[in-house]
Design a protein around this ligand. Structure first.
Ligand code: N01
Length: 537
């Protein structure tokens, strides 16, 4: 069959951390690879998320690739938590250092991916009419890459600028002298709000759900501290493969100690900053009464920080256990509400009536706005995969197959879609761990698998339905052992109207998950159907 399509051994969709690592590894195996990305440069979420205050809340020495020792030794991080421009520079450096750019197809948005059963290849068509073909396709499309704008009556009538944090203008935005509104108080909003307050003449935050946030206590990284960490980088990386991020995990339950001791531990960790706080005791994510103790500690901090008691009360999260929505890490977030030009509108008490041309009407009051920032999140985990019209065996549409929620085996493949791999997708630990640790693991598993297929002359691999069903049940059971399903979070798709409520990430320690994936591979890819060219599946 003659194709107008460019042909490769493997096609990778997405040029973020996952796609670049997949490219580098596959190239090392001698495979001909193309990486397609809609963006004009590498970086994935770090290319798009340029809002003021954007930074990672995993410490920079950990939020980096481990696959090349020289890279990890030579790259110098400037801060404990790297800001977006520095992370983007790092990814660009990796692309240049490993000469990855020659295999990138940027400004290339994939519209459809169709499996040709007779020829056993994936045919990808782009929005501008180009085609690419390869026997194997890897979705490195990111867990949080499809921004979601709020569906608020009249928003289309608003004449001011509207910016989503995940699609921030590259030239930046100058809000000086402006009346700015912010919708959304998740990680993005909580990072952006203190920075926006520095510029805006008036800042109004429209909060639907109060969120837990822990201070980052971000700081410059000294050379000595950095060298000390790098001296034992291998040990740190090995540990991260077990636990995801190197937190101080406690072996005590919250009620194994006295109240005074518990408070001291919360205090100690609060003063160190970051997500480590949520690991103060080992039962905070599984025992509601234990969780209440840490939640109350944070609420007391909010009340102590925010001077207006009514505003403080609105900022206190009460409708979900701490950590069941992705915990936020901030710099001066709650303090921002003490500024005279910053106002909180509690949408639980006073919902938005509608947007108008020059502002918004809330409980009958008109609030004039020049610009609106939407920190309203993403169609998480499945959004980017389902944005592409993916067709598997017999023309099966992935959108149809996943209409009631994502179904995968190990999060890596989905039945009916041979040779289609997903990196850090639904059914894997994904967003519950340091993303780069999850990405490196998946790239290793997938590339080992491709190597195995080649050695055994196997042309297709796909998840079997019974194994996939068992995995989906296993993922549900893991979530149900925790408090995680208790919140209306994006983990469950609750932020997208009409999205089925299914807890998407796999809530087990990444070390356990890695062993599960390894056991499957060791047993000749148990639960997967392997077939040789032309043989019926
Ligand atoms: O998005 P979110 P995000 N009217 O979905 C509100 C990662 N990340 O971009 O909670 C009013 O968490 C919504 O309200 P509610 C991290 O994993 C990491 O902030 O649905 N409000 C919520 O407050 C993070 O979790 C970093 O009631 C509306 C907010 O918008 C993930 O990305 C930094 C609304 C959305 O919060 C997503 O974070 C940034 C409406 N119609 C992001 N619709 C770091 O590493 C939505 N909301 C630090």
């Amino acid at each position: 069959m003659r194709l107008a399509a460019e042909r490769f051994d493997v096609l990778v969709i997405g040029a973020g951390f996952a796609g670049l690592h997949a490219l580098h590894t596959l190239r090392g195996m001698g495979r001909k690879v193309a990486v397609l990305d809609a963006a004009a440069d590498v970086g994935g979420v770090w290319y798009w998320n340029r809002y003021p205050g954007a930074r990672c809340d995993v410490e920079s020495l950990q939020y980096s690739y481990s696959f090349d020792e020289q890279l990890e030794q030579e790259w110098q991080w400037s801060e404990r938590y790297a800001a977006q421009p520095e992370i983007l520079r790092y990814i660009q450096h990796v692309a240049d250092r490993f000469d990855l750019r020659r295999d990138l197809r940027l400004n290339t948005r994939v519209a459809s991916a169709v499996f040709n059963e007779a020829g056993e290849f994936w045919l990808l068509s782009t929005e501008d009419g180009r085609q690419f073909a390869a026997p194997h396709c890897i979705m490195a499309t990111g867990a949080l890459s499809v921004p979601r704008l709020p569906d608020i009556p009249g928003i289309g009538d608003f004449k001011g600028a509207i910016h989503h944090t995940g699609q921030w203008p590259h030239e930046g935005v100058d809000f000086s002298g402006q009346r700015v509104g912010v919708i959304g108080t998740g990680s993005s909003g909580i990072q952006a709000i203190p920075q926006l307050a520095k510029q805006a003449a008036a800042l109004t935050v429209f909060q639907r759900t109060a969120n837990f946030s822990i201070p980052a206590w971000n700081r410059q990284l000294g050379d000595e501290e950095q060298q000390a960490f790098k001296a034992v980088y291998r040990e740190h990386r090995a540990r991260a493969r077990e636990v995801g991020t190197l937190y101080e995990f406690s072996d005590k339950g919250a009620f194994d100690v006295s109240q005074a001791e518990r408070e001291r531990e919360f205090e100690r960790r609060w003063n160190k900053g970051g997500v480590n706080f949520v690991h103060s005791f080992n039962d905070l994510s599984t025992n509601k009464a234990a969780n209440d103790t840490i939640a109350e500690f944070v609420r007391a901090r909010i009340r102590r920080t925010v001077k207006d008691p009514a505003v403080a009360e609105s900022l206190c999260p009460t409708d979900h256990p701490l950590g069941t929505k992705r915990i936020c890490v901030d710099t001066g977030y709650f303090e921002t509400y003490n500024l005279p030009h910053v106002r909180l509108v509690d949408l639980k008490k006073t919902p938005i009536d509608r947007f108008e041309s020059h502002g918004v009407k809330v409980a009958g009051e008109e609030i004039a706005l020049d610009a609106l920032v939407c920190a309203t999140g993403y169609d998480a985990l499945t959004g980017a995969v389902m944005a592409i019209d993916i067709r598997g065996r017999g023309g099966l549409s992935l959108r149809d197959k996943w209409a009631q929620g994502p179904r995968t085996l190990l999060g890596l493949m989905t039945a009916g879609f041979p040779n289609l791999f997903i990196i850090t997708g639904a059914g894997s630990p994904s967003v519950l761990v340091n993303m780069i640790v999850g990405i490196e693991h998946h790239v290793q598993w997938i590339t080992d698998c491709l190597d195995y297929l080649q050695q055994k002359s196997i042309s297709t691999i796909e998840a079997s339905v019974p194994a996939e069903d068992r995995w989906v049940e296993h993922v549900n059971a893991a979530a149900n052992r925790t408090l995680l399903p208790l919140a209306n979070s994006w983990f469950l798709g609750a932020n997208i109207p009409g999205k089925p409520r299914v807890f998407m990430p796999y809530a087990a320690k990444i070390g356990i998950y890695r062993r599960e994936c390894q056991a499957v591979a060791d047993k000749g890819y148990e639960g997967f159907i392997l077939s040789t060219a032309g043989a019926p599946a």
